[in-house]
Design a protein around this ligand. Structure first.
Ligand code: SF4
Length: 788
């Protein structure tokens, strides 16, 4: 697949080059003809999915380079919005530290090798571990960027299956797993998440969410700042509940400084107030809800008065939050990292949707609604309104006995599964675009554990804190060399849209596409050798998807001849062909001819600014895939957490102990964009935020260093005294700490910062999901010795 010429195609631009020494004299200017073209693509860096307009210049030697990236003003969803990261795809592509050739470690040093040599090394390494210890000694870790990557979303499954191990971990269990579980239990599938209809709502209550910095998550929407301002401009109200006065809170009508980790108690109290004050009105969703009575009895102990001291919010404010939700013409509740990476992540995630349902705001415009995506959503396949739901706890971790969820084990257990001897001990790890040493709790323990592995293989573009332990690193093409479709995140969009991007630049001739790397790894893991043909895996995935489509008696291609469909899709392997199938057999698709105006990949290619499929519309009950065919408002698995929540209430408020929370920064993207100079230059961003009262009490001085200690670790960071954080709380951003030996990230190493996950505790997890607790960590804070 060649580079996309974009709508404008090639054209010639007269460049006037003025000699700077003679700039004030009358020119002679030198004119040079330079060929440029414009390409359009979706930014793959975060969940907002902004459209980009990319200018590509052709050099005299025939090579191409990107000269400018800006927001695509004609994009149907982002309308020209981008954040500071969007234009840095160019810097990422050009980064001299980016791994471009496979690396194999020899005598402790990485050396570049051919792809064949690299795959042969993988076969040798994994084969030896499987032979000596069995497949249960293998493990895989899947990082966050995979969710933005169509190749990974389509070809990781065969790889993970081929590894044949239960030890599958991912960044989901340091992030959104609680929301996926509550959604799966309530609505039948993990990504059937009601998203806040922020473009139409009259009242938005955000908890532990900072979309102005993060650009949104589990609610795909470019330009959160503009959309939040629009709510207020049309007379609506925005309320932010957060221990920090974030940039989102600055844009809101009200900031409520909750004590970290207590969102579940606050939400329970809001729900309790709705029942107590007779404000429950489930509206049009009412007939589809099961379990309203059970919810009432669950929340009844958590009155506003009972929780006020523990959550740090007075009871009248809590009751007002409930009354405002009930009184608004439409209202929606949205919770993110602060609610999910907490002690009661699943209960809080569940109560977010309970509060919208109890106030009649589930599945109505301006409330919380369900996307109807063009491809890949379980809620658009099979029988509408009913399904198998999910089962949790089908197996447990070897050392601690924590439950699996959605086919994965909690990543908080990864280190102990590696460093604890015994049957089933993990001896080899495959990481795919992941940096768990930076992103998961008790980093130092995991870092040490990785050093003891017998084999490690990484698919990654950097030698970072994690991949420095690898024996083999297999690089993926740069983002500009890959095609893109947000298969997962468009399932969570606040508007139904679809947008395909072809690669902007050709990749080097010997660089395999990412799907080919994953497919060859799958073949090796399957025992089919290092020289297997990745097309074999592609064919398998294609046949599986075609079979599922023609077997779906509610789908538009039910009963069709699989061979006819396969022929219509053409012979070119890869994610584009698979997506074409999913689009055409999807809810807007052309059904291979029976709906001639329907969506196809060709139609998306003809629409470089994307296709707008319309505002969200009510989908109850057809969106459901629960066994009962109803919204399970009171899942037994969640109600079972009641004793633990009661115990937390009885524990009371912490005394003077400090609690650590995280922090987002718009220039940062978890751990992997700190090697881009324009994003890290200037004022240091990895600072410890401390309230002035706490700074005075603890003897901390702005600009000086403080030592922060938790049960598992200690870091020293510069203090930033600010009243944008509540007392009793300190904050560090995550993704930093690039000072370990052996990295090849020169810029990041010069702006190292400290790793907040040295402090987060691998023993602390949400009981239902196993998700790590990354917010509300008990810490001691004191002036660093060398700064006193
Ligand atoms: S908000 Fe920034 S990083 Fe996210 S998709 Fe848009 S431009 Fe890319």
């Amino acid at each position: 697949m060649g580079p996309a010429a974009g709508a404008a195609g090639w054209h010639h631009v007269a460049m006037t080059l003025v000699d700077p020494d003679r700039a004030t004299a009358s020119p002679p200017a030198v004119e040079e003809e330079r060929a440029t073209r414009t390409a359009f693509r979706t930014c793959p860096l975060c969940e907002a999915g902004c459209g980009l307009e990319i200018t590509v210049a052709r050099d005299e030697d025939g090579g191409e380079r990107v000269t400018r990236i800006r927001g695509d003003r004609d994009d149907v969803f982002s309308h020209g919005f981008i954040c500071p990261k969007g234009s840095t795809l160019r810097q990422l592509h050009d980064d001299p530290d980016r791994v471009r050739r496979p690396l194999v470690k020899r005598d402790g040093t990485f050396v570049e090798v051919s792809w064949d040599e690299a795959f042969a090394a993988v076969e040798r390494l994994l084969g030896a571990v499987i032979e000596a210890h069995g497949r249960e000694s293998l493990a895989a870790y899947v990082g966050n960027p995979n969710v933005h990557n169509i190749s990974a979303l389509l070809y990781l499954k065969p790889l993970l299956r081929a590894l044949g191990t239960p030890n599958v971990f991912s960044a989901s269990t340091v992030d959104q797993r609680p929301k996926e579980i509550s959604s799966a239990l309530m609505f039948g599938a993990p990504l059937t998440v009601p998203v806040p209809d922020i473009d139409r709502t009259h009242h938005l209550l955000l908890l532990g969410a900072n979309p102005v910095e993060s650009n949104g998550s589990l609610a795909t929407a470019p330009d959160w700042p503009g959309r939040l301002k629009a709510i207020r401009a049309r007379g609506g109200r925005v309320v932010v509940v957060d221990p920090r006065r974030t940039r989102t809170a600055e844009l809101a009508d009200e900031w409520i400084a909750i004590r970290p980790g207590t969102d579940a108690l606050l939400l329970a109290a809001i729900a309790a107030a709705l029942f107590e004050e007779g404000l429950v009105d489930t509206g049009s969703a009412g007939p589809h809800l099961a379990g309203v009575e059970e919810v009432s009895s669950f929340v009844s102990p958590f009155t506003a008065e009972a929780v006020a001291e523990v959550v740090g919010v007075d009871s009248e404010t809590i009751r007002r939050l409930a009354r405002d939700l009930a009184a608004a013409p439409s209202a929606t509740v949205y919770g993110r990292m602060g609610t999910t990476t907490a002690e009661f992540g699943t209960v809080a995630s569940w109560l977010v949707d309970v509060c919208t349902a109890l106030t009649g705001n589930l599945d109505r415009p301006g409330g919380s609604m369900f996307t109807r995506p063009a491809a890949g959503a379980p809620s658009t396949r099979g029988a509408p309104g009913v399904g198998r739901g999910v089962r949790l706890g089908r197996r447990h971790t070897r050392v601690r006995g924590l439950s699996e969820s959605l086919g994965e084990l909690p990543v908080a257990c990864l280190a102990e599964e590696i460093d604890t001897p015994g049957d089933g001990q993990i001896r080899a790890l495959v990481t795919i675009a992941g940096n768990p040493v930076s992103s998961t709790p008790n980093s130092d323990r995991l870092d040490a554990a990785l050093g003891g592995l017998e084999a490690m293989v990484a698919v990654d573009v950097y030698v970072n804190e994690t991949t420095r332990h690898a024996d083999v690193i297999l690089p993926a093409p740069s983002a500009l060399e890959k095609s893109h479709y947000d298969l997962a995140l468009l399932q969570l969009a606040i508007r139904n849209v679809a947008n395909w991007s072809d690669p902007v630049l050709d990749k080097p001739v010997d660089q395999p596409d990412e799907w080919e790397v994953l497919a060859r790894l799958a073949l090796i893991a399957q025992g089919m050798g290092a020289n297997g043909d990745p097309a074999v895996v592609d064919e398998l995935v294609l046949d599986t998807l075609i079979t599922a489509s023609v077997d779906d008696e509610h789908g538009p291609v039910h009963g069709r001849d699989p061979a006819e469909i396969k022929e219509a899709l053409g012979a070119t392997p890869g994610p584009a062909r698979l997506l074409d199938l999913m689009l055409r057999a999807g809810p807007y698709g052309d059904a291979f001819g029976t709906r001639p105006d329907g969506l196809t990949l060709a139609a998306l290619r003809d629409a470089p600014h994307g296709v707008d499929l319309g505002a969200l519309e009510p989908r109850l009950p057809e969106v459901l895939r629960t066994p009962s065919g109803r919204v399970e408002l009171a899942p037994a698995e969640i109600l079972a957490d009641l004793p633990r929540l009661r115990a937390a209430l009885e524990r009371g408020a912490p005394g003077t102990e400090m609690r650590l929370v995280g922090r987002r920064d718009i220039r940062s993207n978890n751990s992997w964009m700190h090697n881009v100079e324009v994003l890290v230059k200037g004022k240091a961003r990895c600072t410890l935020h401390v309230h002035p009262d706490d700074a005075g009490r603890l003897g901390l001085v702005d600009g000086d260093a403080a030592t922060v200690r938790s049960r598992v670790g200690q870091v020293t960071a510069p203090v930033e005294v600010t009243d944008s954080i509540r007392t009793g709380v300190v904050s560090l951003p995550h993704g930093w700490g690039h000072d370990r030996a052996g990295l090849r990230m020169g810029v990041a190493q010069r702006h190292a910062g400290v790793n907040s996950n040295v402090l987060t505790d691998d023993a602390a997890v949400d009981a239902i999901s196993g998700n790590a607790v990354l917010n509300g960590i008990p810490v001691e804070v004191a002036p660093a010795l060398d700064s006193s």
